[in-house]
Write a protein that binds this ligand. Structure first.
Ligand code: COA
Length: 375
């Protein structure tokens, strides 16, 4: 068996941002328009008026201050309220492939490697822009990688599940190096017309290069252990899919064709599930929580992370022990924990232990225990 290692990461950050203030202004204009249109139904008690959103609520409930998006104008137009991304010709790179390519090139550069060193691409994300061919195979072709590629979707946990798949193949010898990419256009499946969730998501792409440790050219993180777990739940759900056309009311603009969640239940059920998962995973590897120098958690909600960090460490984590990036990026689904890892890991010392953990729809939770090796 070989030892698997993370040797490079990369983050593609879109150029456009939406602050909470901009988001709330657009939502409130939309709500006022709908309420004016429905004035008679509201007066007759047949329609519940839409309530305004608030910056204070968003920050207090989530810790989010802004999000990056691929198209700001469409999202903030009260007559549209979703991103408008031009249709591309089939001969052009898809938008997910393009985002992932930028992140992948950064990961390769950090590791001092080229496409010729890689023989597997996994595109692990919450949504794929088409059914087939796999987005991963397009990225493989754009980078000029030989070998094979495939897509996988475990919603917010996709990155850690992808890392486990890649690390297992590296350990067994079936591949030598793998790129796990996570292009997330969350703005496409977020219901921006629903104040309960319109603040939650943002867009980004991340990439992680995994190789045999013996092939690493500089500092790297040895993958000591990975663990994935799932438990079915309808509390985070999106009913959009390829059977939409075949169902009687399937093509309608239905609420459940976008992201839906029972936020309170998710909070209550996922926090203990994740805390226990991390605790069991480290203990089974002979690691005490006090041995962990850093937790790179999924970036959905600051309070969720505060709870999990406190439960796992047995005390309030120091800010640099459990770095958050959600204030700038919002929830970027599978990419969140990898952004935190990519931006807050270079200072780790030789021998330091850390843990990446993602969690979300499914329910799903994945953790990766890492040990730093410095040259
Ligand atoms: N502006 C102002 N008020 C709002 C609002 C907004 N944008 N959105 C909701 N509210 C109101 C609600 O209507 C509710 O009013 P009520 O008490 O009169 O019924 C009140 O604020 C509290 O709403 P609630 O949804 O209960 O808030 P919360 O404190 O549970 O926070 C989440 C909502 C989504 C942030 C929270 O449940 C959460 O973090 N869940 C974790 C799930 C998660 O982030 N999942 C992502 C995938 S992993």
């Amino acid at each position: 068996m070989y030892t698997a290692a993370i040797t490079g990461t990369g983050v593609f950050t879109p150029s456009q941002t939406i602050t909470n203030a901009e988001l709330v202004t657009a939502f409130n204009a939309y709500a006022d328009r709908i309420n004016a249109e429905k004035a008679e139904e509201i007066a007759a008690g047949d329609f519940e008026p839409l309530q305004h959103s608030s910056e204070e609520f968003i920050f207090k409930a989530s810790g989010i201050e802004q999000r990056y998006v691929m198209d700001k104008a469409g999202v903030l137009n009260p007559d549209i309220m979703y991103p408008q991304l031009p249709q591309r010709d089939d001969s052009e790179p898809g938008i997910m492939a393009e985002m992932a390519l930028d992140a992948a090139k950064k990961a390769l550069a950090q590791a001092g490697k080229t496409a010729a060193d890689v023989d597997l691409v996994i595109c692990a994300a919450s949504n794929m822009e088409r059914a087939y061919p796999a987005v991963a195979i397009e990225i493989q072709q754009l980078l000029g990688i030989k070998g094979f590629a495939f897509d996988m979707n475990v919603a917010c946990s996709s990155a850690t599940f992808g890392i486990q798949a890649a690390a297992d193949m590296i350990r067994s010898g079936s591949v030598r190096a793998a790129l796990v990419v996570n292009p997330e256009i969350c703005s496409g499946h977020l219901e921006w017309r629903d104040r309960d969730c319109h603040f939650i998501f943002g867009d980004v792409a991340t990439a992680t290069l995994l190789e045999r440790a013996e092939d690493a050219q500089g500092d790297y993180f040895e993958v000591l252990s990975t663990r994935c777990a799932t438990e079915f739940s309808n509390n985070i759900r999106n009913n959009n899919g390829f059977l939409r056309r075949s169902r009687p009311d399937g093509v309608e603009d239905r609420r459940d064709m976008q992201f839906m969640q029972n936020g309170r239940k998710v909070f209550k059920e996922v926090v203990p599930m994740v805390s226990q998962h991390i605790t069991d995973h480290i203990q089974d590897n002979g690691i005490e929580s006090s041995d962990l120098k850093r937790l790179w958690l999924h970036q959905a909600n600051k309070s969720m992370n505060d709870f999990i960090g406190k439960k796992v460490l047995g005390r309030t984590p120091l800010p640099d022990e459990q770095p958050n990036i959600l204030q700038d990026y919002a929830n970027t689904s599978s990419a969140g924990s990898i952004i935190a890892f990519s931006k807050h890991s270079a200072d780790m010392a030789d021998g330091d232990l850390g843990l990446i953990c993602s969690f979300g729809a499914g329910y799903s939770v994945g953790s990766v225990i890492l040990r730093r090796h410095s040259a």
